[in-house]
Design a protein. Structure first.
Lengths: 290, 302
């Protein structure tokens, strides 16, 4: 008996986690997927009714705006964070004496809640009292910066705040990558008289492909889950101009009492994430265990 | 003679130009770095100065001007009397809610993660890889896909709108990350060491206790910081699963800022935002090195 126990103790230890993952992750995904195929409103109704919720979803102007915003926001957020992150990492890599202090400054936004970030930028971008009035106060009377209340531009304020929060993190990732490149190769290139910028573009950056990939994955993940920032910064407004799938889902679930729409939008979000993550994880795990 | 002189001076001129170029480049580099530092610091600076001004000064002054007269009224209001909807007790009760929620959730998820990670790193069993992959995938799901059934489950368990309910949720969805952290750390412990201990007759728990645990301090710190930051800063679970009495500080903060009754008190909003951010900022400043390691470990896969 003791022997049996000793042999099976590892399995017994992870069994509760296994059960929890099965129920709370996969079971719950199944539940949501099922409800997305019903006509559930305020309360779940488990009667199968085909893809009516998805049809409604893709016909809804608000969902269209939300997905559109996700593309605009996602693309700009990812590209800008990568550019700024890589740029700062390369600049910091030049034997800067104050590196520690600067790194701390660049990265601290990552420790903040998105709610705090949203509130801070909402205040800075406040047309009446923030940046706009400050620049006007400097004598530029015609200066106007009202993106926050302009339906066409509001989504870019979200980009601005999100890049502010996440670019330092990308910098930290890239800096770690730069530091892990083989010193010998760089020295050899320097001895051969290859200019520094060529060393970066031809040797260092190409060797960091895995880091680009993981930075990309994290940023995609952050972009799709972005909920707090929208709530705090724009509240999805003006109107629903800055709605995103996450806020759409929340509105349907908790203020519209439309479980069917909430569930179907959540499932679409998950599909988008999985379409990007699954190939990545698959190649990672294969590379590891082969 | 002139040719000689030319031959002699040209390299000197060139090297001087090169030196000036290098110095200019160095200055440009530093200027860029400082400029970016200002960009990252500006919002925090604006928040702090705004929180120390009176409303009157906010209306007349400029965003980044220093307060003419420093007042802590906004901080007092934010802490103990600002209104979050109908309740006007400031952030204080919600700050404690967050603490009461975060501390147990962090401890429980770290302990479970440590022992799980130990199993996955050194006690492979049939199906372990598949289970690990399933769990890893669970790290990436958008939580929107689980909040509806979770709300019902918490209701069935009688935990809807309570702190224990929130703790449970954070533990469940945090364990995948903590397991990943510990597994990636423990996998660097040589297999021979574990095998030798097994031959010497040490069992599962004995090996964990006397070989792995003493090595674990760095990864425990990384995990605790990561979990603490995640759970303290969480908003989605907080707003979905709490009631007015059990809201975490992020939800209360959002309510204070968005409550539309009365005059908009920007200084109170800013003070409240800083109060809500202080614990994680403090952790970051005190243990920044570990914070960064957690971020990179959390993102750079299994």
């Amino acid at each position: 008996m003791a022997d049996w126990l000793e042999r099976h103790v590892p399995k017994i230890i992870v069994a509760p986690t296994f059960a929890a993952v099965l129920v709370f992750v996969y079971g719950f995904i199944g539940w949501t997927a099922w409800v997305s195929l019903t006509r559930s409103r305020l309360l779940p109704n488990y009667e199968f009714d085909g893809f009516i919720q998805y049809e409604r979803l893709f016909e809804a102007a608000r969902w269209y705006t939300a997905m559109n915003n996700l593309y605009i926001f996602g693309a700009l957020f990812i590209v800008l964070s990568m550019i700024i992150g890589l740029g700062l990492a390369i600049l910091l890599d030049q034997r800067i004496r104050a590196e520690g202090v600067l790194r701390t400054i660049y990265l601290y936004p990552m420790a903040l809640s998105m709610i705090v970030t949203g509130i801070a930028w909402k205040w800075i971008l406040n047309p009446g009292l923030g940046l706009e009035s400050m620049v006007k106060g400097w004598g530029f009377e015609s200066f106007s910066f009202n993106w926050l209340v302009d339906p066409k531009m509001a989504i870019f304020t979200v980009v601005l705040a999100a890049v502010w929060q996440a670019s330092g993190f990308v910098m930290a990732l890239f800096l770690a990558g730069l530091r892990s490149v083989d010193e010998e190769i760089i020295k050899a290139a320097q001895v051969d008289g290859i200019p520094t910028w060529r060393i970066y573009t031809a040797i260092i950056i190409p060797s960091m492909t895995p880091i680009f990939l993981s930075a990309f994955i994290v940023l995609v993940h952050l972009a799709i889950k972005s909920f707090d920032l929208i709530i705090a910064l724009t509240g999805g407004g003006p109107g629903y101009a800055t709605d995103m799938p996450a806020t759409y889902m929340y509105t349907m679930a908790f203020s519209r009492g439309n479980l069917g729409q909430a569930a179907s939008s959540a499932v679409v979000m998950m599909m988008v994430v999985f379409a990007i993550i699954v190939p990545y994880l698959y190649s990672e795990l294969r590379a590891k265990y082969d | 003679m002139t040719e000689q002189a030319l031959a002699f001076t040209l390299p000197a001129v060139r090297s001087r130009q090169a030196r000036i170029g290098r110095v200019a480049l160095r200055w440009g580099l530093h200027a860029m770095l400082v400029l970016f530092a200002l960009y990252y610091l500006m919002p925090l600076f604006a928040m702090v100065t705004t929180s120390l001004k009176s409303l009157e000064e906010i209306r007349t002054g400029s965003l980044i001007s220093l307060p003419r007269q420093i007042t802590f009224d906004a901080w007092r209001t934010a802490w103990s009397s600002a209104c979050t909807g109908i309740q006007c007790e400031g952030l204080r009760p919600f700050f404690w809610n967050s603490l009461l929620m975060t501390v147990p959730a962090v401890i429980i998820s770290t302990v479970i993660g440590a022992i799980n990670g130990y199993v996955f790193a050194h006690w492979r069993f049939r199906g372990a890889n598949l289970f690990f992959a399933l769990m890893l995938l669970g790290c990436f799901i958008p939580f929107q896909v689980v909040i509806l059934p979770m709300a019902r489950m918490l209701g069935l368990m009688g935990l809807a709108g309570t702190l224990p309910g929130l703790i449970l949720v954070h533990v469940i969805y945090g364990v995948a990350f903590t397991t990943l952290f510990f597994r990636n750390y423990y996998i660097t412990v040589p297999r021979e060491l574990v095998r030798a201990a097994k031959i010497d007759g040490a069992g599962f728990f004995r090996i964990f206790w006397s070989i792995f645990l003493p090595l674990s301090l760095p990864i425990v710190v990384v995990t605790i910081i990561w979990q603490f930051t995640q759970i303290w800063n969480d908003f989605l679970f907080g707003i979905s699963f709490s009631q007015s009495g059990s809201q975490p500080v992020t939800v209360a903060l959002n309510n204070i800022v968005n409550s539309t009754t009365g005059v908009k008190e920007y200084n109170v909003d800013m003070a409240a935002a800083i109060i809500a951010a202080l614990p994680t900022l403090l952790v970051y400043i005190v243990a920044g090195k570990y914070f960064i390691r957690g971020l990179t470990a959390g993102s750079v896969k299994g």
